[in-house]
Ligand binder design. Sequence first.
Ligand code: SF4
Length: 340
Amino acid sequence: MKISGYLIDLEQAVQTIKKKGYETIALQIPEGLKSSASKIIESVKKEIKCEIIVIADPCFGACDIANYELKNIGVEFVIQIGHTPIPNLGNDLIPTAFVNALSSKDVMQVVEKSLAYLDGTIVGVVTTAQHLHTLKAVENILKKHNFVPVISGGDKRIAAKGQILGCNFSTGTNIADKVDSFLFVGSGNFHPVGLLLSVKKPVIAADPYSGTVKKQEISDLKDTILRQRYGAIANSKNAKKFGILIGIKRGQQRIKLAYNIKDMLESLDKKSFFIAMDNFAPVSLQSFRDVDCFVSTSCPRIAIDDYLQYKKPIITPIELDIVLGKRKWEDYQFDQITSD
Ligand code: SF4
């Protein structure tokens, strides 16, 4: 079915519901598609008799795998729209069908436009889930103009070749030393800036929605983020008590890392305790007044995206290493959740 400029193929999910005889289904849906929830429900119910419960909580990625709580309201199966699965997470709590929402936006024009901005001839190509189906066409345009496109697989957190997540740029880092520059096809700034910080090669962002190509803007934004991170690290230098944030969402959990951080802080006579959250929001942390600094082991975007909204510094585990003198600022790296 076509909804709000996206192609959503529910057929496989419907077949699974029929085959297994599921009666109560939960629907996880990204913010941008929530206004189409009733259309999606009608489309499924036309095919099969079942009850569908729409989950209103925000769902930013496949890391947000439905947990056992839904079982308490009788949910037997989940349809998560708009994301590809994270392969190494498994699918064993409540069976879940990940149904990608493929953008029907044409990418040809903006990719043609981006060619003038590319550095060198060997170009790494990456994109987000919504544009994965356009990679072949992007590859062909580059070849037609005598570029050598390189599209790599990622680690076990990545479902498809050329795909990046806001927390995983392995399809880029895997080929960073082989390419001259990267072409990112997609919208928003977080992915191309995260890529730039991870691969340390020029990144050109071609946005099919706005038709714009960004290179300098991405580089400037990277500098702004680095300045903010430098500030957050500096503000954490004298911290005595740390709150170690643990994401409850299955794909945001890095428990071992959280324990390692606690051990490291204890060995340096710093106090710390764990704070677990499902949806991170500044308001949930503001009452922890005796905490000097939060270290997030959850989604890497929390520390970066919402930096200005938190009253106390919130840093990534890599940044904590710099605070504690275990890593130099020159060796700064963007925090990623990898499958290692
Ligand atoms: S952890 Fe964050 S960046 Fe990664 S998939 Fe989840 S919401 Fe996206």
